[in-house]
Design a protein around this ligand. Structure first.
Ligand code: CU
Length: 243
């Protein structure tokens, strides 16, 4: 049995090492991809550890079951070294995995905090209960969740976007679930988050910090479009503002 447990632990570690090697290289920083990768890594590790414990547990339940009524059980006698290693070795193995995952978490966090130099900047203002966006080129948009009027956030595909955010009233939180990014906004302070919109399409951002009665209606459209379409959109917005 001891051999079986060690084999399983070794198998788990081997798979783990293979996975870690496979996903280490990320060509362009992308918090979304890194977050997803870390999340799947945690899930796989939990599954491997769970299977090891479950298999060992079930095996022992079966091995030491009562075979006749009124049987007094008799556990196996482990040597002192055996008993200590049984506790210490798995604890160290799993702690090593925990530290490894925690360190990976810090790496991903660094990526979240380091905005690429070529990022496009958009100012975001949160107010009870809607979002407003202001671009470097003078364009500004909003989105009204009730009427669904307004453009929301429109960005060109492939270019990192950094949002510089503040609030006019209470604490809000800008949450882009599809991009795995979320950051609080508060009056008198500018916070930021960035994301890498690699795929065209429409998604939403929503407020993730309870901010009053209509908190749950405080969302906005986020549209990722090809560069040419984005340029046309900007021109149209400027024209509209001029008119
Ligand atoms: Cu809010």
């Amino acid at each position: 049995m001891k051999r079986a447990v060690s084999a399983m632990v070794l198998m788990g570690l081997g798979l783990h090492a293979a996975m870690a090697g496979a996903g280490e290289k990320v060509a362009m920083p992308d918090p979304t991809a890194s977050w997803n990768h870390l999340w799947y890594h945690v899930l796989i590790d939990l599954a491997i550890i769970g299977i090891i414990f479950l298999t060992a547990g079930l095996y022992w339940v079966w091995k030491y079951r009562a075979t006749r009524p009124n049987q007094i059980g008799e556990g196996p006698k482990l040597s002192k070294i055996g008993a200590i290693s049984f506790a210490v070795v798995p604890a160290f193995l799993f702690m090593a995995d925990d530290f490894y995952l925690a360190a990976k978490g810090w790496t991903v966090w660094n990526e979240y905090r380091n905005v690429p130099r070529n990022a496009m900047e958009v100012k975001v203002t949160g107010s009870m209960w809607s979002w407003a966006f202001e671009y470097d080129n003078g364009v500004s948009t909003t989105f009204m969740p009730d009427s669904k009027e307004g453009e929301g956030l429109v960005v060109p595909v492939g270019k990192p976007v950094v949002l510089r955010m503040t609030s006019t009233d209470v604490v809000h939180s800008f949450f882009l679930p599809d991009y795995r990014v979320k950051e609080d906004l508060m009056p008198g302070r500018v916070t930021y988050l960035w994301f890498q919109p690699n795929k065209e399409g429409e998604t939403i951002a929503t407020c993730a910090e309870y901010c009053g009665n209509r908190h749950s209606f405080m969302w906005t459209k986020v549209k990722v479009v090809p560069q040419a379409e984005y340029d046309t959109w900007v021109a149209k917005q400027k024209q509209g503002a001029g008119a």
